[in-house]
Design a protein around this ligand. Sequence first.
Ligand code: CA
Length: 242
Amino acid sequence: MSGPTVLLIEDDVPTRRAVAKSLLAHGYRVAEAGDGSAAALAWEGRRPDLVVLDLGLPDTDGMTVLRRIRNDAATPVLILTARDAEHAKVEALDLGADDYVTKPFGLDELHARVRALLRRAGGPAAAADGAIVLGPLVVDVTRHTVEVDATPVRLTPREFEVLRVLVLHAGRLVTHGRLLRAVWGRQYDEEAHYLHVYVSAIRRKLAAADRTGALEGLIVSEPGVGYRVSAIDRPAGSQPEP
Ligand code: CA
């Protein structure tokens, strides 16, 4: 068995055991670390395909581990956070973590996030001309056009930019701050209410062209945190699974 390697960094032993056991049962290889120094060693030695990182570690701040990983590589990082650690979660996502699950979490939820992150690790599917394809949705970043089922969708330039950033990060969570900085610029990163208006307009316009309903729930809102474009499975036969 040689599935992707997951580095699991978690000091709580029962949680770590349960997650490791479940990952192994799903065919992943697992490297475990119970603190920041073991995490650094495992990161160096194993170069995993994905990291599951608990933010609350005994010897070091999970944020320090995350910075270290991001200095080296773009490896997907899924963070585990406590329910009352909203601020730390947003900070970690802003630092480049790709998604999160909140404790206590179900193993099904964890697996869904891991799968989505690994599927998108090589970047979103690109058509021959460089357009981004998500199921029936085609976003052409060169021509600035959007189509759903070959029907053109007219977005304003800002709406297009918001959608472009989200689909480029499909399967990952983009915080309000990252989205605002990318589309409006650094001075707007507190203006999350802008996004609500733009995302609503994008959802409405895509839905109007989406005859099959395949894009329903495409843009998921995580209140107070950001947005996630869900990874859509392509129609059978259009592209082989990795
Ligand atoms: Ca912990």
